[in-house]
Design a protein around this ligand. Structure first.
Ligand code: NAD
Ligand code: 6OD
Length: 485
């Protein structure tokens, strides 16, 4: 049985309280996870406070070199990371080997590059007497940053925050989801083996309320909180952060629209939408749960999308031909099925899926949901407005550009949208009218890590990525120097 321990002040720390790590593909117990106590979280914060005094004053070159070493070590241990990620999530090797693990390393490399090349602003102020002032900004660490991440892209989303926080000279106390502790634990081994000073990276395992999550967010000496997860959890964390007026960065839920115009490149669009609806069993915050198709191609598009869904291969995550894994847990599967029931009650037509696949082997004990496509619901139906976060999408026709912009924007979320058309001006017009953090045209989940990423409304607060991450994870001091005439 794997043992996933806490990593505090450079040491792996066991706990008396242990919970089970489960492989969602089979339901089998795969790990003992050592839950951090309040005392352990306090020790992690104290270690961070001491460590940041040295780490935060190291040169940019030194810190960047350390990040490159971390990236290289993740690459060297890619197979270990792959195994841990697949056991924790059940995601197929075809996905984890292409997306999650390479992005884990890339996050460190890219934020090292960004740190070394990011400009700092400088302004010259002309004064009436002929004198002038020179203003320039300097970047300083915030201190100890609390990082809390979800289970859907565990290594990718954990490192997406750890890397820039360390780049900016902070220490971190970081908690992965209780569902997916594996890759974060390996990352702690990487930090130790590359010689990151003790206390700079602290890992604590546990749950949210009355556990490590709450202990981090309510700790008075945590200087900032960065969180990815459900919008409701964001509300709770924001209340805790209000107590110390702490900066927060929130990447939350979505109910994203895909808009398909009749002039799209049909085959590429069907492929793109099948990916946007079902990648990672629909468990990507950016997935398209609302698909709008211009009426002249609606029937043909539905038929083609159903065909693509039929070709999705659920099964053994280690089989390179498998393209879809299970959902994360029995609880999450039940939530998704409760939405299937709701959709039926609301009058949805199930065009495809809606059930549990049968394998006739150990996978039958896992948490599986077929890719599912529904239609026929009004835009205000609960199953069309609430985030389900599973392999399900609702598809509906539209008639005009203005109508679809209004319908796509009629949501409390504002994370992402995709627009599929070959008409250049329409692409720009519609993309710019979306009330979202990211609008893709003729593609989906194509990431350049220098670009702003985040959401509006229930989808979050702030932007990370590139300079935006550096700005969140640093305190800027403006130095203003008077120069006599
Ligand atoms: P979640 O909110 O249940 O849990 C996320 C993390 O928060 C976990 O580590 C959990 O232990 C912790 N947590 C829970 N309650 C807490 C509390 N009271 N105090 C402190 N920590 C607490 O989310 P999840 O189910 O793990 O992830 C799925 C959700 O994440 C979906 O809503 C999805 O859209 C969202 N998500 C958003 C993005 C984005 O970039 N916008 C990315 C990935 C996932
Ligand atoms: O690609 C990223 O940087 C990112 N934050 C992706 C989020 C995916 C949501 O599940």
């Amino acid at each position: 049985m794997k043992q996933y321990k806490n990593y505090i002040n450079g040491q792996f720390v066991e706990s008396q309280q242990v919970f089970a790590g489960i492989n969602p593909a089979t339901g089998a117990r795969i790990a003992d996870v050592h839950e951090a106590t309040q005392t352990m979280v306090n020790e992690a914060v104290t270690a961070g406070q001491h460590a940041v005094k040295r780490w935060g004053t190291r040169s940019v070159t030194d810190r960047a070199d350390m990040l490159y070493r971390i990236a290289d070590e993740i690459d060297r241990r890619a197979d270990d990371f792959l195994e841990a990620e697949m056991l924790d999530t059940g995601k197929p090797i075809s996905l984890a080997s292409k997306l999650d693990i390479p992005r884990g390393a890339a996050n460190f490399r890219i934020f090292a590059d960004i740190l070394k090349t990011a400009p700092l602003e400088s302004f010259r102020t002309e004064l009436a007497d002929g004198a002038h002032a020179i203003n320039y900004a300097v970047r300083k660490p915030l201190g100890v940053v609390g990082i809390i991440s979800p289970w859907n892209l565990p290594l990718l989303l954990f490192t997406w925050k750890v890397a820039p926080a360390l780049a900016c000279g902070n220490a971190v106390v970081a908690k992965p989801s209780e569902e997916t502790p594996g890759t974060a634990s390996l990352l702690a081994e990487v930090m130790q083996s590359v010689g990151l000073p003790a206390g700079v990276f602290n890992l604590v395992h546990g749950f949210g309320p009355n556990s490590a999550g709450e202990f981090i967010t309510t700790h008075p000496d945590i200087n900032a909180i960065t969180f990815t997860g459900e919008s409701k959890t964001g509300t709770t964390i924001m209340k805790a952060a209000a107590e110390g007026v702490k900066p927060v960065s929130f990447e939350l839920g979505g109910k994203n629209a895909a808009i398909i115009f009749a002039d799209c490149d049909f085959e590429k669009t069907v492929d793109g939408i099948a990916r946007a609806a079902f990648l990672n069993s629909g468990q990507v915050c950016l997935c398209s749960e609302r698909i709008f198709v211009e009426r002249p191609i609606y029937d043909r598009f539905v038929q083609a999308l159903v065909q693509r869904a039929q070709h999705i291969k659920l099964g053994d995550p280690n089989d390179p031909l498998t393209t879809m894994g299970p959902v994360i847990s029995a609880g999450h599967r039940d939530k998704i099925f409760s939405y299937f029931d709701l959709a039926r009650k609301e009058g949805a037509e199930f065009l495809f899926g809606g059930a549990t696949p049968k394998f006739g082997n150990e996978l039958d004990k896992g948490f599986w949901v077929e890719p599912t496509l529904i239609a026929g619901l009004p835009d205000h139906a609960r199953s069309v407005t609430e985030e389900i976060f599973g392999p399900i999408a609702h598809i509906t026709p539209f008639d005009t550009e203005q109508e679809v912009i209004q319908r796509a924007n009629a949501t409390a979320y504002g994370l992402a949208a995709s627009i599929w058309t070959t008409h250049l001006s329409k692409a720009h017009r519609v993309a710019q009218s979306m009330n979202v953090g990211v609008a893709w045209v003729n593609t989906w989940f194509l990431r350049d890590l220098r670009t702003p990423f985040g959401g509006s409304g229930l989808s979050g607060i702030g932007r990370e990525g590139g300079i935006h991450s550096l700005n969140f994870y640093s305190e800027l001091t403006n130095v203003c120097i008077h120069v006599d005439a």
